[in-house]
Design a protein around this ligand. Structure first.
Ligand SMILES: *[C@@H]1O[C@H](CO)[C@@H](O)[C@H](O)[C@H]1NC(C)=O
Length: 551
């Protein structure tokens, strides 16, 4: 029998490599499985952070609430369950097949005891939902140490900005690293109430194109007492583009009271706490970071949702408390006036169409602000096929009344690509057809019930005598020579029954005998054109996922 030749070195080496590779594969598979399991079962234990309260010897001054009172209130106190009694049975009947959730909490200057209570309330009262991760954005707070300690809790990630960037920017930073199917944005000056999360998630499974908010109760900033808010509110705005709470009228409330568990529409998002599907949030274009420190970022997001095929809703079975400071409105961030003005100007120019003149009427100083870059926002608006503000006013928010109430039409008066313009370069003032330019107030007209067509307080005026049929711009005096009416697409001068005509456009506008379908007598007024949202948008990415990816 021949003795077997011992294996030579290269063969040994090869066997070693192969077995190392197999072991590596096996380990990798095991690790992946382990990681997958542990990821699904992150159990947040914030109780260990209690000691933080005692190492924090810097009691912060100049905050809008009583820090010493906050320190005396337990971090995991019980809250009064302020939900309608029907909410419990509603939820036990609901399917609890809910999507995975990333929580994004942003904070600037804050006392750690308030932040701690906020996080504890988010975690302890989110049952039966398991939160996948909590992303904290320390947006330039003075105490970096607080964030470092919180990072020790499994499941909490922290991002720190050395200097404050603004809430919208900070939230956008958080959204970039979030991996849950649903994102919930939370302001740190809040405490979440019993089972706050599952009603929001349930609503998102029924209505995937919504931004959904809880009902807010009030936490007293001096006593930290949690007080239910008894009347029902939605979010709104005024023409200065500042957030307003709208109390739902008693008539509407009686309907609401009969269905106290049903989510209801809100024109504007109360942004202190809200949930949104991550895919829909990305499709909408996230937060606009160029206005992220202006306090109007939630208004921008709300208009974008409504006008581009989504919704903003309030879910009454979810409740949260907000610290009510003596200054300012509940849950509304105070920001420097100039940042607000810049942001609001962009929102007005982007979304308000011809109604933006109401914004400029109440915020004249906004005209002096340089306009932020609109390129990306306009492109997005076009891509998402968003509709005009008129639709929002008539369908979603009829309570926002125009500032001028005797107006029948307004905006630019257009014929192909020229618009009627008040020509300030000539005396006497005349009206001329000029290339249409967006945002030029000398091309913006307001047509009043009595027939006057007004721009900058001056009226379109004409007669066949002194003015020889030329159209002048004169002080409004309620004269018959200043009255015009609409007939089809023509604009008829009441005194003469002649039609507004651009046939002699080089010298100015004239009135002349009306000729049917004459192209020089055909005019479009911009407020007359704004349809409902077109149904031909592609939301298939949402419908597919709402079937599949919920675990
Ligand atoms: C506005 O933004 C676009 C896209 O980022 C850029 O191409 C353009 O140069 C910017 N315009 C100005 C005036 O900065």
């Amino acid at each position: 029998m021949k003795k077997r030749k011992p294996l030579n070195k290269p063969a040994l080496f090869l066997i070693f490599i192969i077995s190392a590779f197999l072991v590596y594969q096996l380990m990798w598979a095991l690790m992946k499985e382990f990681y997958r399991r542990s990821e699904q079962k992150v159990i947040f234990d914030v109780s260990g952070l209690k000691k933080l309260l005692f190492v924090n010897d810097k009691i912060t001054q100049h905050l809008d609430y009583s820090v010493s009172k906050s320190l005396s209130v337990s971090y995991n106190r019980d809250l009064p369950d302020t939900r309608h009694s029907g909410c419990k049975s509603l939820l036990s009947n609901a399917k609890l097949q809910l999507p995975s959730v990333s929580i994004i909490i942003t904070y600037q200057e804050i006392d750690i005891s308030v932040l701690h209570r906020n996080i504890a309330s988010v975690v302890h009262r989110s049952k039966p939902v398991n939160i996948k991760e909590i992303i904290l954005i320390d947006d330039g707070s003075f105490d970096a140490q607080a964030g470092k300690l919180l990072q020790q809790v499994q499941g909490i990630k922290i991002i720190r900005n050395k200097s404050p960037k603004g809430r919208g920017v900070a939230r956008a930073q958080g959204a970039t690293v979030a991996s849950g199917e649903v994102i919930v944005f939370i302001d740190s000056l809040s405490e979440l109430n019993v089972d706050w999360l599952s009603p929001l998630l349930n609503r998102l499974t029924e209505s995937p194109r919504s931004l959904v908010s809880p009902v807010f109760d009030v936490i007293d900033s001096d006593t930290f007492e949690y007080k239910p808010r008894l009347s029902i509110h939605k979010g709104g705005i005024d023409w200065s583009l500042q957030f307003q709470w709208i109390e739902i009228s008693s008539k509407a409330r009686s309907t609401a009271a009969s269905e106290p568990l049903i989510p209801f529409k809100s024109p504007i998002l109360p942004g202190a706490v809200f949930a949104v599907r991550r895919d829909f949030f990305n499709w909408l274009g996230k937060y606009d970071v160029s206005i992220g420190a202006s306090g109007v970022e939630d208004i921008d997001l709300s208009l974008r949702a409504w006008l581009c095929g989504g919704k903003v809703e309030i879910v009454p079975c979810s409740r949260a408390g907000l610290i009510q400071t003596s200054k300012g409105q509940l849950g509304v961030k105070r920001v420097p006036f100039s940042s607000y003005l810049k942001g609001a100007k962009k929102v007005a120019e982007l979304w308000l169409d011809d109604y933006k003149r109401f914004f400029y009427a109440v915020r004249p100083s906004a005209r002096m602000q340089t306009l932020l870059n609109m390129t990306i926002s306009r492109r997005l608006k076009e891509k998402n096929k968003c509709v005009g503000f008129k639709w929002f006013l008539s369908t979603v928010y009829p309570q926002l009344l125009p500032l001028v109430t005797d107006e029948i039409a307004f905006g630019v008066i257009r014929q192909q690509d020229v618009c009627v313009e008040l020509d300030p370069g000539q005396m006497p003032l005349i009206a001329k057809p000029r290339p249409c330019t967006t945002g030029k107030d000398s091309q913006e007209w307001s047509w009043r019930k009595k027939g006057m067509i007004v721009s900058n307080g001056m009226c379109l005026t004409s007669d066949l005598g002194n003015m020889h049929g030329f159209v002048m711009v004169q002080f409004c005096q309620d004269l018959t020579s200043q009255a015009w009416y609409r007939l089809g697409l023509t604009i008829v001068h009441q005194e003469s029954n002649f039609c507004l005509d651009s046939a002699r456009g080089d010298v100015g506008l004239v009135i002349s005998v009306c000729v049917q379908d004459s192209p020089t007598q055909t005019w479009h007024v911009s407020s007359e054109t704004a349809g409902p949202p077109s149904p031909d948008r592609d939301f298939s990415f949402l419908e597919e996922k709402s079937q599949l990816e919920f675990f």
